[in-house]
Design a protein around this ligand. Structure first.
Ligand code: NOJ
Ligand code: MG
Length: 499
């Protein structure tokens, strides 16, 4: 059997609102993406994942879907989507889209019908409504406060996220039937697969019992029934031509729990958040790599950043050290078997931005009063000396203000500099292509002192997590994140060598 395209792919996450703005309203859109696709082709990625662009009141910036069969006018229309897929396929890029199955928007026709139909109605049974004078159980919403909101007639509805995102009742047969239609709708339009939002949610323990603090067996996450959903979706994907695939977002506690989502009749991949959460340490990196490969096998993926977490340049300490470590950790992940997910802007070395509270947009920030996820969602700088740095036409400002010192980080500034992060990412992806599919899946990994050592077929990767230079040993240097001089790799750097 031929290796499916996703097996060793590098997939680039486009956070649609912040990638590129085609119409000048300060919000990224499908036309903007189409106008910048050449950036991704030159970068050398294999696929793009588009975050939700469906009709939505945007309370959680698209993860509150009002109509999963329609493009929100903010982003364009179905014709623009079809044109984008066609253009992407012509340039050799695969396209993944998001599916958001745990909840819908309060503006979804089902939720409106549920409110209108009242207590005890079949319309309410598609959600989790409960009577009472207080929240039905002790569950908290991910964005702060109780996971229950009361409606006018006195009933409460469950929402694991924002109150504008009522959870669907996956025990009601309308719900799985609906999502099967959603998948087919986008597959019929030519998408190559899906990123599944909170793939470990959906089903809850019947009766919605209280959560017991400290008990890892939580009533609202990672229930066994969710695997039946993924099996049914796998059958839908398999019924289409080509290697259509699904990658799940499942924040589960260990690699074995994650591996359950990757059984042969379930999802093809799941994001490996253990890698993202691993601190800068040779021992920790080695342990995560070992555990991940053992548990995930052919479904292994690697990811360092996305639209929900602090950018990895900043996680590794910001400034020159943070940037150097970010490059080195990226080299480590790109050396490994499996596929890698890049988040827009990491190829520019963007740090997390401290967004002023008056500009906070993320419901998590607004509801909790703590900085949320806006700092990793700042619109990309493309060119020019000042905001909006070519994000859209004209001088209109983007939906989250960009820092005034980003001119040097813009795509055009970095294109002119062979030492830039962008130039380095292009090189990494180029060199990776020479071994990714052929170096095999077996990896020997060890931590020797502060040095992470990996061997995969003829390729060796070393990451110096310590504070003194180390000898790289034999082999031809394929790429180094900092020049190897006199056979020495400096701290906070990585090298790829070939026998
Ligand atoms: C995970 C998404 O990545 C995040 O952005 C969103 O807020 C939640 N799921 C809720 O859909
Ligand atoms: Mg726009």
């Amino acid at each position: 059997m031929e290796t499916p395209w996703w097996r060793h792919a590098v997939c680039y996450q486009i956070y649609v609102r912040s990638f590129a703005d085609g119409d000048g309203d300060g919000i990224g859109d499908l036309a903007g993406i189409a106008s910048r696709l050449d950036h991704l082709v030159r970068l050398g990625v294999d696929a793009v994942w588009l975050t939700p662009f469906y009709r939505s009141p945007q309370h959680d910036h698209g993860y509150d879907v009002a109509d999963p069969f329609a493009v929100d006018p903010l982003f364009g229309d179905l014709a623009a989507f079809d044109a984008l897929v066609e253009q992407a396929h012509r340039t050799g890029l695969k396209v993944l889209v998001d599916v958001v199955p745990n909840h819908v928007s309060v503006d979804h026709e089902w939720f409106r019908a549920a409110l209108a139909a009242g207590p005890g109605s079949p319309e309410r049974d598609r959600f989790h409504f409960r009577p009472g004078t207080a929240p039905f159980n002790n569950w908290n919403a991910m964005f702060g406060g109780p996971a229950w909101t009361q409606v006018e007639d006195g009933e409460w509805y469950l929402h694991l996220f924002d109150s504008t995102q009522p959870d669907l009742n996956w025990e009601n047969p309308d719900v799985p039937a609906y999502f099967e239609q959603v998948l087919r709708f986008w597959l019929d339009r030519g998408v190559d697969g899906f990123r599944i939002d909170v793939a470990h949610a959906l089903h809850k323990v019947p009766g919605l019992p209280d959560e017991i603090p400290g008990d890892p067996d939580q009533p609202q996450w990672d229930r066994p029934e969710v695997h039946d959903v993924h099996r049914s979706w796998r059958r839908v994907l398999d019924s289409y031509d080509g290697d259509r695939m699904a990658v799940g977002e499942a924040w589960v506690f260990d690699a074995d729990a994650l591996a359950r989502y990757l059984r042969p009749d379930e999802l093809h991949q799941a994001f490996n958040f253990h890698w993202l959460g691993t601190p800068w340490s040779a021992d920790a990196f080695a342990a995560t790599i070992r555990d991940s490969l053992a548990a995930l096998g052919g479904g292994a993926t690697w990811v360092l950043s996305n639209h929900d977490v602090v950018r990895h340049v900043t996680r590794y300490g910001d400034g020159p050290a943070g940037s150097a470590r970010a490059r080195a950790a990226t080299m480590a992940m790109l050396a490994l078997p499996g596929s890698a997910y890049l988040y827009q802007g990491e190829e520019l070395g963007l740090p997390e931005v401290e967004v002023a509270p008056e500009h906070w947009q993320d419901p998590l920030a607004v509801r909790t009063g703590n900085p949320g996820r806006d700092g990793c969602r700042v619109p990309l700088p493309w060119s020019g000396e000042a905001p909006p740095y070519g994000f859209g036409p004209g001088s209109g400002q983007p939906w989250i203000p960009q820092p005034t010192d980003w001119a040097g980080l813009s795509v055009s500034a970095q294109e002119a500099d062979p030492q830039s992060t962008l130039a380095f990412y292009r090189q990494m992806l180029d060199v990776r292509r020479s071994f990714a599919a052929t170096a095999g899946d077996h990896v020997e990994v060890s931590a020797e002192g502060d040095v992470l050592q990996m061997r995969r077929g003829p390729v060796r990767c070393l990451v110096n997590c310590g504070s003194v230079p180390v000898a790289v040993g034999a082999g031809t240097t394929l790429l180094a994140s900092s020049p190897v001089v006199d056979g020495l790799l400096v701290p906070d750097a990585a090298v790829w060598l070939r026998d």
